[in-house]
Write a protein that binds this ligand. Structure first.
Ligand SMILES: O=C(O)C(=O)Cc1ccccc1
Length: 277
């Protein structure tokens, strides 16, 4: 591990959206960014103290929470008792369809089949840049499918979808299959890194598609505890993540918990997520 640089784990490999979010907040001149295979690996490396901080995807403007991350915060088996959220990062997400292009590109891009629409007023102007008839398998992180519904249902309807641990992992997998039968939903950066062509760009349903990432650390990390004290003296306003479980089958149990906010009108709920365990 490089000396004098704080280490930051992220959902990798390189060129994932999480990597891009981590680079925005933690430039490599001052931080060592450490890729992890899964979101749980990021939690585990922060919990064990192997890294100082971690970055994980939390929710998306188009299709809501990242359930893997929510489940880890719920922590039903008590594996991550010392994890705290200490920051957030927002990233605009533009998805590409990446693969090995068939010979024919659509030279006049307006010749492909017109603007795709989902019938609910959301339009996706993206059209394929190449003939996609050889694509038989699609790879991506499960969170990405729901952000590209319009393009997928119009141009790749019924094509098998395979979930992998991140969008950049999807690009790595597709790079191994040179037959042209596989394609990934991932970023342009991941395409460049893995030598893949962009078969479609900006294929997300909504123009402002953005993802919110959380920065994790251990709650007993003294470097931060000191800084927290200073911030308190300056009356810094905080956003706090509160994660709890309620007894199943007790009617109104969740409502009773939330009622506490009535007593503290200067504390308000920014977002809430509820999920069966
Ligand atoms: O960071 C990634 O690349 C991921 O796979 C998680 C994700 C998926 C879709 C949008 C943002 C983050």
């Amino acid at each position: 591990m490089a000396q004098n640089k704080d280490s930051v784990a992220y959902l990798g490999p390189k060129a994932s959206y999480t990597h891009q979010a981590a680079l925005d907040r933690f430039p490599e001149t001052e931080h060592e960014l450490v890729p992890q295979t899964t979101i749980e690996d990021v939690f585990a490396s922060v919990q064990s103290g192997q890294v100082k901080q971690g970055v994980v995807p939390f929710e998306n403007s188009s299709n809501g929470s990242v359930v893997f991350t929510l489940d880890l915060f719920a922590d039903p088996t008590g594996k991550y008792p010392d994890i705290l959220v200490c920051g957030e990062i927002y990233l605009l997400v533009h998805h590409c369809l990446l693969g090995h292009a068939a010979n024919s590109s659509f030279s006049d891009k307006s010749t492909s089949n017109g603007t795709a629409t989902d019938g609910e007023g959301t339009t996706s102007p993206a059209k394929p840049l190449y003939d996609l008839s050889s694509v038989k398998k699609l790879y991506s992180h499960p969170q990405a499918w729901g952000q590209c519904n319009i393009f997928l249902s119009k141009y790749l309807k019924g094509i098998e979808r395979l979930d992998v641990s991140s969008t950049s992992k999807a690009a790595e997998v597709v790079a191994q299959d040179t037959t042209g039968a596989s394609a990934a939903i991932s970023s342009r950066v991941a395409g460049d890194l893995n030598g893949l062509e962009v078969l479609g760009e900006n294929i997300e349903d909504k123009a402002g598609n953005s993802t919110r990432f959380f920065v994790l650390r251990r709650k007993d990390d003294q470097t931060f505890v000191a800084a927290d004290g200073e911030a308190n003296e300056n009356e810094t306003r905080y956003k706090t993540l509160v994660s709890f479980t309620v007894a199943h089958g007790e009617t109104g149990a969740l409502a009773d918990c939330l009622a506490v906010f009535k007593k503290y009108p200067d504390h308000f709920i920014h977002t809430s997520n509820a999920k069966p365990c």
